[in-house]
Design a protein around this ligand. Structure first.
Ligand code: NDP
Length: 392
């Protein structure tokens, strides 16, 4: 039996992971973690006969304990308990907590030499070099779960990364792709929260419309595959069928195609290094008929330009970028700032952080990353206040 833990089990990626686990009989579930959705956490823990259920919130301990009374499932609560979840023995871990809270349990799992399927993109964007060093130091494996990175990983199987010229991540362009540029300033969270192809949560869907999600993925690819900023490109591909393209020095281009369903990259990471049947839709190219591609307009998607700047600058830029993007999104959802204010907010936060603290020093520990995150959020909130006054 393989021992598997799922961090962020009650979320979108977590649920897809549990769906795949429920179809297997060779897996024992060690730990499931969740946040506030303790009803779902308890249900999943019972269904999968987990050894431990962990909620991130202390105040949820007693109600979760009640829900699991008499089951023999251990209950734990609080951020410390979530971080410790990574220390519990497991062969394979899904790291799918959203945000900076996902860093600590992922690091802990790597410190145990565990194979970590990494969905939490914030880990690589904020602490890429630390995370990769932790994996190397403990002989742990990180498997990408973002569909584009899984696609690149699969295209690189058996290849030498030194023979790669460029990697292209595709992007649907999001829900506002066909809006005229001059109308974008009026886009509401509801407008930006509709995705043409992928069924995801509100925040990541809005990040797709602004391309902040793609910007995060570009930085992720830089950190994970060790590619230079100039080697990573983005291509608008409205059908979301080709997930990534890897171009080699001999002119060959390997593409990865598949239906847009997160159970493919999750299942690939679960089955790796083998391939096994997965319950995803099969591709019918004749029915799709046409695959389109276009270069992204950097005026429409300034987040992509910011990602290039972040990769070139390095140091603390990734952590500041991620924190500022989170604050920008909070304020857009709260209707405090407009859709087009998000990128200037992030850019101004990077500039102000640089002036006040300096961007060049890379965080040397997890605690450092969290300190940069907190300071960047403070600065970004101030910047948001300024933009809000401009709007009103
Ligand atoms: P969701 O918002 O759907 O789920 C997030 C999970 O994290 C939930 O289990 C939630 O618990 C838990 N959580 C929230 N806050 C905390 C906290 N402070 N401490 C511990 N746990 C917490 O997110 P997604 O599944 O969409 O995304 C997860 C990660 O994967 C993100 O980093 C995202 O960028 C990435 N990703 C997502 C993809 C997708 O298709 N959705 C694709 C590729 C990557 P609860 O709900 O119980 O509060």
């Amino acid at each position: 039996m393989r021992r598997v833990s799922v961090f962020g089990a009650t979320g979108s990626v977590g649920e897809s992971t549990l769906d795949l686990l429920s179809r297997r009989n060779d897996i024992a579930v060690a730990v499931l973690t969740g946040g506030r959705n303790i009803a779902r956490l308890a249900e999943a823990a019972m269904q999968h006969q987990a050894e431990v259920a962990v909620t991130a919130y202390e105040e949820c301990y007693a109600p979760l304990k009640d829900l699991l009374a008499g089951t023999g499932i251990e209950v734990a609560a609080g951020p410390g308990a979530v971080a410790e979840a990574g220390l519990r023995p497991a062969d394979w871990v899904m790291s799918a907590i959203v945000g900076a809270a996902g860093l600590a349990p992922g690091f802990a799992a790597l410190s145990q030499g565990t194979t970590v399927a990494l969905a939490n993109k914030e880990s690589l964007v904020t602490a890429g070099p630390l995370l990769m060093a932790e994996a190397r130091a403990h002989g742990a494996t990180i498997l990408p779960v973002d569909s584009e990175h899984s696609a690149v990983f699969q295209a690189l199987a058996g290849e030498n990364i030194a023979a790669v010229e460029t990697v292209t991540l595709t992007a649907s362009g999001g829900g506002l792709r066909d809006w005229p540029l001059e109308k974008l300033a009026q886009a509401t969270p509801e407008d930006a929260g509709k995705h043409p192809n992928w069924d995801m949560g509100q925040r990541i869907t809005i990040d797709s419309a602004s391309m902040f999600n793609k910007a995060m993925e570009v930085i992720e690819a830089h950190e994970f595959f060790g590619l230079a900023p100039s080697q990573i490109a983005v291509l608008i591909h409205p059908q979301s069928v080709v997930h990534a393209l890897v171009a080699f020095q001999d002119g060959a281009v390997m593409g990865h195609l598949g239906a847009p369903d997160m159970r493919h990259p999750i299942g690939y990471a679960l089955n790796w290094p083998h391939r096994s049947a997965l319950p995803v839709a099969r591709l019918d190219l004749a029915r799709i008929g046409r695959l389109e591609f276009a270069d992204p307009d950097l005026v429409r998607y300034p987040a992509l330009g910011l990602a290039q700047a972040v990769m070139r600058r390095g140091g603390a830029s990734g952590a500041v970028f991620n924190a500022a993007k989170e604050i920008a999104l909070d304020h857009f959802i709260a209707r405090n700032i407009g859709f087009l204010d998000m990128a200037p907010l992030v850019e101004q936060t990077l500039d102000r952080f640089d002036a006040a603290v300096g961007l060049d020093r890379a965080p040397g520990s997890l605690a450092d990353v969290l300190a940069v995150d907190a300071e960047a959020r403070r600065i970004a909130t101030q910047v948001a206040g300024g933009l809000r006054r401009t709007m009103s």
